[in-house]
Each structure stands twice: as structure tokens, then as C-alpha cells.
Design a protein around this ligand. Structure first.
Ligand code: AMP
Ligand code: GLY
Length: 421
């Protein structure tokens, strides 16, 4: 079987790494990929936005299965385009992807279906939004409606921060049309968890639990990023809590979408805040998490193609999904300046030294080969170093010792992933 994976991050590297172990996969392509991915897949230079070029490629190469990593092509309807052409592709349709691509849609949907989430109001007027913030007081959370690469959410401790966030989103339009509407919501204080499931619209199979660390700096300080590190399992999710998450969040979401005429197929990811042992939805994502995937897939024993085929044929109830009991942990190595402006083209050293360490995987994100064939940085998040261990402590030790060997100028990373759990 031939597979095409769309995307270029650590998440896509982890997906391809897992697909490469499948008993049925002969060849993997990636559009556009990165330096690490090019070692196990053939990278093709087709723009992710160019759906007709991607469909042409799939037809020309007789590709059997396409997997979409990032949210943007999903939000723009890549699934609909492929399906119209009769091509097998994994992910939700444009309508279904709104659960991530519009925070207003997601919040209103949750309200209609009584899915627990923070109280909120939607605004299109700056003045009304400002009045509401004064009425509610701080801390308060301000979110741009549309996609903003994980950077459209502002947790504001005081009025100054809140009005600045509002100004950036609504007046300066730093996220463009994504900021035409804002969601202003109650600040929830608790512990975060990522909860991902595979679903075919009828059946659901949970993945192992995980926790992301969105803030740039240790002790959850600094600005929000796409994610600076993860571990799995997330011990805050007890079996009782997991039951509650499925009963009050995941199942009602898939059922609710179905009632509204949307069959959701693919990966559903709920970003949760656990407050006094109760789960609340902070956000939904319509795809695998990055860097959650880098800790989840190394724990998966089942052939990922079996799962994808079952999603596509709505036969997920026929697949037994097995997980390793090992824990896993991933630390992101980022460029200096990220999540703001950063340099590209900085040489990376030490990758060869960690290549053969058992149960240690370096998933590439923003990397490429330069003209001399050397691996250099090519993005904000550059590498994700993941290890499996008998527990999180062991996985953590392996990851941080490997990081000692990897170097690039300006490299920044959190030192506290998995430290205080
Ligand atoms: P989101 O992209 O909506 O998940 O938000 C990004 C991050 O902002 C989350 O991972 C939380 O750390 C924080 N956050 C979002 N919404 C809230 C909320 N209502 N209360 C507290 N923190 C929040
Ligand atoms: N790790 C957060 C995300 O994938 O959105």
C-alpha cells in the first residue's frame, strides 16, 4: 500500500514513523515533510493549500490512503475535495472541522449539547467586549474565533493585559479575519489534560492520555506556544474521570454532531481543564495533537493502518487497539525567539550521537537539509525528543540526557517537563 501524509511537523514525523512499521505499507510520501521525514518517506514539494495538485498526485501515484496532520487543510475542506474524487483520506470534513476552526461554533455547540465548558460570550464589537471585561473582572480569557496556530488565546491577569489582547485581536487584526469575532470566557483554574480518540462517527476508541505544556517557560510562565513538551499517561485522569470524560464530553460531542447532520470521522482531541476532579473543555481540535502524537504513537502497538482503514469504513468496533504499558515523554527544542520571530538555517549537531539509543526517538519539526547536505533549523519548533521508559521519571531521564548531546545556536527548551507530577 502507498500512503501520503500531509504536513511537515513533529506530529507528521511521528505518524510516518509509525506507518513505516505497518505490515501493509510499501511506500510513504509526505507533502512537504522535513529533513527527518525524508529519511523514511519521499518528500514532495506540493503546497498543502493546493488540493487539486495533491489529488492529481494521489491519482498519478496510485496512492491508497492519505492522512492529514495539520488543522489548516482540514478547515479548508481537503477531505471534501478528496472524497468527491473518490480518494481514501482520513480526517473530518470542512463542516466537522469547525469544531476547531471556529471557537464560536465550538462554544455554541457545547452550549446546545450541555457539554461542560467555561462560561462565555461572543463579541464582534470592541466597545462591547471591553464593557463585558469590566463587568466580569480579571483573570479572564480572550480567544480569537478562528485559527491562529495556537497563539490566539490570551489568559489575562489584569485589565491592562485584557485590553491589550483585545486591541491586538480586534483592532490590529494580528490574526486577520480569525479575529473578527472574539470569545471572552471565564478563567478556569485546574490541571490540564489532552484527551484524544479515534472515531468513525459511530464507534470511538480512546487513545492513551497525555498532557501538553503550552507555555514557553518552566513553571508555566511566558507566552502560549504550539506546545513545548508532553508526557503520557497523564496521571490526573483516573479510570473514573476517564469514564466521565467519555460520558459527558466525547460521546455527546460525536452524537451531537450527528444530530446536526455531521458525521465526524478521524481524530477528535479535547483539550481539558480538570477543576475539582471535573472535566471542562478548553478547546476541541480536529486532528492529532503536536506534540501529543510524539508521546502517544510510540505507545501504540496496533498497526496504525488497521485503525485508519477501520475509521474510513466505519468499522472501528472490529479493531482491537493495544497500547504499551510504558510511559513516554517528549521535550521540544525550539529556536531562539520562538513563539515570536526566529532565525532559520542554524546548523544542528549531535543527531547522529542519539540515533541508536534504545527507545529514544527524535521527531523533526522545523528542519531541512541545507545546500551542503547538513541538517539546519527551519522553523520555531525544531525537534521533539521522545523516550519510552518504565515510568515518566525514567523516560524523562532518557530524554534530558539525549538533549545534552544535541546542539544548535539559540536552542531553548523547558527543563521541567514531567518534573512535578
Ligand atoms: P486553547 O487553545 O483554547 O486550548 O487555549 C490555550 C491554552 O490557554 C490552554 O491550554 C490553557 O492553558 C489556556 N486556557 C484556555 N482557556 C482557558 C480558560 N477558560 N481558563 C484557563 N486557561 C485557559
Ligand atoms: N498540542 C496542542 C495542539 O496540538 O493543538
Amino acid at each position: 500500500m502507498k500512503v501520503l501524509v500531509i504536513g511537515s511537523g513533529g506530529r507528521e514525523h511521528a505518524i510516518i514513523w509509525k506507518l513505516a512499521q505497518s505490515r501493509v505499507v510499501d511506500k510513504i510520501y509526505c507533502a512537504p515533510g522535513n529533513a527527518g521525514i525524508s529519511e523514511i518517506a519521499e518528500c514532495i514539494e506540493v503546497e498543502n493549500k493546493d488540493f487539486s495538485a495533491l489529488v492529481d498526485f494521489v491519482k498519478y501515484e496510485w496512492i491508497d490512503l492519505t492522512v492529514v496532520g495539520p488543522e489548516e487543510p482540514l478547515a479548508k475542506g481537503i477531505i471534501d475535495v478528496f472524497q468527491k474524487e473518490g480518494r481514501r483520506i482520513i480526517g473530518p470534513t470542512k463542516l466537522a472541522a469547525q469544531i476547531e476552526s471556529s471557537k464560536v461554533f465550538a462554544k455554541e455547540f457545547m452550549k446546545r449539547h450541555k457539554i461542560p465548558t467555561a462560561e462565555y460570550k461572543v463579541f464582534t464589537s470592541y466597545t462591547h467586549a471591553e464593557e463585558y471585561i469590566r463587568l466580569k473582572g480579571t483573570p479572564i480569557v480572550i480567544k480569537a474565533d478562528g485559527l491562529a496556530a495556537g497563539k490566539g488565546v490570551f489568559v489575562c491577569q489584569n485589565y491592562e493585559e485584557a485590553f491589550e489582547a483585545l486591541r491586538l485581536i480586534m483592532k490590529e487584526k494580528v490574526f486577520g479575519a480569525a479575529g473578527d469575532k472574539v470569545v471572552i470566557e471565564e478563567f478556569l483554574s485546574g490541571k490540564e489534560a489532552s484527551y484524544l480518540v479515534f472515531t468513525d462517527g459511530k464507534n470511538t476508541i480512546p487513545m492513551v492520555t497525555s498532557k501538553d505544556h503550552k507555555r514557553l517557560l518552566d513553571n508555566d510562565e511566558g507566552p502560549n506556544t504550539g506546545g513545548m513538551g508532553t508526557f503520557s499517561p497523564n496521571p490526573i485522569i483516573t479510570p473514573e474521570l476517564e469514564k466521565e470524560i467519555l460520558e459527558t464530553i466525547i460521546n455527546p460531542t460525536i452524537k451531537g454532531l450527528k444530530q446536526e447532520g455531521i458525521v465526524y470521522k478521524g481524530i477528535l482531541y479535547a483539550g481539558l481543564m480538570i477543576v475539582n476532579n471535573k472535566p471542562y473543555v478548553l478547546e476541541f481540535n480536529c486532528r492529532f495533537g503536536d506534540p501529543e502524537t510524539q508521546v502517544i504513537l510510540p505507545r501504540l502497538e496496533t498497526d496504525l493502518v488497521d485503525i485508519f482503514m477501520a475509521i474510513s469504513e466505519q468499522k472501528l468496533n472490529k479493531v482491537e487497539v493495544k497500547w504499551k504499558s510504558d510511559a513516554s515523554l517528549c521535550v521540544i527544542l525550539a529556536s531562539e525567539g520562538y513563539p515570536g520571530k526566529y532565525k532559520k538555517g542554524v546548523p544542528i549537531t549531535g543527531l547522529e550521537m542519539v540515533k541508536n539509543i534504545k527507545d529514544l526517538f527524535v521527531f523533526h519539526a522545523g528542519t531541512k537539509f541545507n545546500e551542503e547536505g547538513k541538517i539546519v533549523t527551519n522553523g520555531g519548533r525544531v525537534l521533539g525528543v521522545t523516550a519510552l521508559g518504565k515510568d515518566i521519571k525514567e523516560a524523562r531521564q532518557k530524554v534530558y540526557s539525549a538533549i545534552e548531546l544535541i546542539k544548535f545556536e539559540g536552542m531553548q527548551y523547558r527543563k521541567d517537563i514531567g518534573l512535578n507530577i
